[in-house]
Design a binder for this molecule. Structure first.
Ligand SMILES: [Zn+2]
Ligand SMILES: [Zn+2]
Length: 254
């Protein structure tokens, strides 16, 4: 079952301007945070009270925020596409505030333990890495309050990389792809300790993402939104022109 009128907010957080997505069911207030990698105080202030610096871009309800009959938000879970530090470094702060479970694919557990040392390479001081409370399983649909999310395991950028599909009843579905796919690019496969592999990445995209509806809105971990159909037709690394194996190249983002 899909949502009607999902409210999806985008916050570009941290020095790598990673996209954190906050998905709310407007009917119930149930909310999940996807890739809460940085700026936890900003996210918390906005989600809990609509105060402080809000989203960088939003599909918020046209009738406004609080005071217009919207329920207050109830954060049900923290979920991640993968464990690179820009996506997961400040999960501990969100976990401490909301007291909810954090979901990650187990093949990224090792990578997660390295968050602090990876962050140091960018001059960042990160908290002791979080440990996932729940293991995402490939192909499963998870129910977070009134929000359903289907997990596609798409290794290639990292071993445990996943794409998270949000079914919507009254519009196109949405897929949160982390660093697997970008508008006009793909995730890097040369990052230390990540298990990156371009052929595996291309296969993941071809077998897991291309079967989605063409109008599915793609929310990458960095850069602009796109759609499955557009990338299938035009992506220079894994689109139609690149052939069945894809065309190797280094992607843009970490
Ligand atoms: Zn990233
Ligand atoms: Zn990454």
């Amino acid at each position: 079952m899909g949502l009607t009128r999902p409210w999806i907010e985008h916050f570009f957080v941290g020095p790598l301007q990673m996209r954190c997505s906050v998905v709310t069911d407007i009917a119930t207030g149930d909310t999940i945070i996807i890739d809460g990698g940085d700026e936890p105080e900003r996210l918390i202030a906005w989600i809990d009270a609509y105060e402080g610096r809000g989203p960088d871009w939003t599909t918020g309800p046209e009738d406004g925020h609080e005071g217009n009959g919207l329920p207050s938000r109830n954060v049900i879970a923290l979920v991640n596409t993968h464990a690179h530090f820009d996506h997961s470094g400040f999960i501990p702060a969100l976990k401490a505030h909301y007291g909810v479970d954090w979901y990650l694919h187990p093949d990224d557990t090792f990578l997660q333990t390295l968050a602090q040392q990876s962050g140091r390479r960018y001059g960042l001081t990160l908290p002791e890495p979080a440990e996932a409370d729940q293991a995402f399983e490939a192909g499963q649909t998870y129910r977070f309050g009134s929000i359903d999310l289907q997990v596609l395991h798409t290794p290639g950028h990292t071993l445990g990389g996943c794409c998270l599909v949000l079914p919507v009843d009254d519009g196109p579905d949405h897929v949160f792809v982390g660093d697997t796919l970008f508008a006009g690019s793909v995730g890097r496969t040369d990052i230390a300790n990540s298990g990156g592999d371009f052929e595996l990445l291309a296969r993941s995209i071809h077998t897991q993402l291309w079967p989605l509806d063409d109008d599915t809105v793609v929310h990458p971990g960095h850069g602009p939104l796109t759609t499955i159909g557009h990338e299938k037709r035009t992506n220079p690394f894994v689109g139609d022109a690149a052939g069945p194996g894809g065309t190797f190249g280094f992607g843009k983002y970490a």
